[in-house]
Design a protein around this ligand. Structure first.
Ligand SMILES: [Zn+2]
Length: 252
């Protein structure tokens, strides 16, 4: 669906304004942590049937990934990590844990260059090296790509297609890299949270990881299932080279 564009349009951060979940949803009672956790892992979550949200963590594995994984395990929440190859290489044990504990792994380049400013061969190399490191660390290969800064153009989507990957961006940001404050990150994240939302976060931001127990508990108390990004975009049947969400200027 992205191929209709003739010009090489650089996409800045996606600025889709999301309406917060209706107040009514907030009345959903908090599930009993232990029992709800067992029930949720028993069957795959169907986002056509239940209220889903995908928290996504870029640029990792960051220094605080271990603590984040502990929190996610405690609340039986699944997330997606868009990993940077250079850090997969330096922190492989976190990547192994991410895969073992049921989280989704995505490719976020090797060293975070702007894909819109480098040659196709260099984009291929960034993606391939990262695939190789993740395979080595966790025994799995990502099936989704998020280019650094969410920057994509026709050339980027064509290379993504060569790797059989759709490009998955985000619908809203936690602005954690800028806020660096536990309460502010929590407030912003909960404000932009919406059904089938894809939230951009970073596990190298200490305050994000510190805010996570509270964010997860609040989202779950509002009836959200925290799921892998692939579960949230499933209904869109993304093909290799597709971009989701489609940024402004890319509409057919
Ligand atoms: Zn990034």
């Amino acid at each position: 669906m992205s191929r209709q564009s003739n010009s090489l349009l650089a996409i800045a951060a996606v600025t889709l304004a999301l309406i917060p979940a209706p107040a009514l949803a907030d009345t959903t009672p908090t599930p009993q942590a232990g029992k709800a956790a067992t029930a949720k892992t028993a069957k795959p979550v169907d986002c056509a049937q239940v209220k889903c949200i995908a928290l996504t963590f870029d640029d990792g594995p960051g220094k605080y990934a271990g603590k984040l994984l502990d929190t996610l395990k405690k609340y039986d929440a699944k997330v997606t990590f868009f990993l940077e190859g250079q850090y997969v290489k330096s922190r492989p044990s976190y990547v192994k844990r991410m895969a073992q504990e049921g989280h989704e792994l995505g490719n976020h380049s090797y060293k975070h260059p702007k894909f819109t400013e480098i040659e196709p061969w260099a984009i291929r190399s960034e993606i391939q090296k990262t695939q190789d490191e993740i395979k080595k660390a966790a025994g799995v290969e990502p099936k989704i790509l998020r280019p650094p800064y969410g920057l994509a153009d026709l050339q980027v989507t064509e290379v993504a297609a060569e790797f059989d990957m759709p490009v998955v961006l985000w619908t809203a940001g936690s602005r954690d890299w800028d806020l660096k404050d536990v309460e502010a990150i929590k407030k912003q994240t909960l404000e932009v949270a919406a059904q089938d939302g894809i939230i951009l976060m970073h596990d190298w931001v200490k305050q994000t990881v510190e805010a996570m127990p509270s964010i997860v508990k609040t989202l779950q108390s509002r009836g959200y299932h925290l799921v892998k990004v692939s579960d949230v975009v499933k209904k869109h049947e993304l093909k290799p080279g597709d971009v989701f969400p489609l940024p402004q200027g890319w509409e057919n």
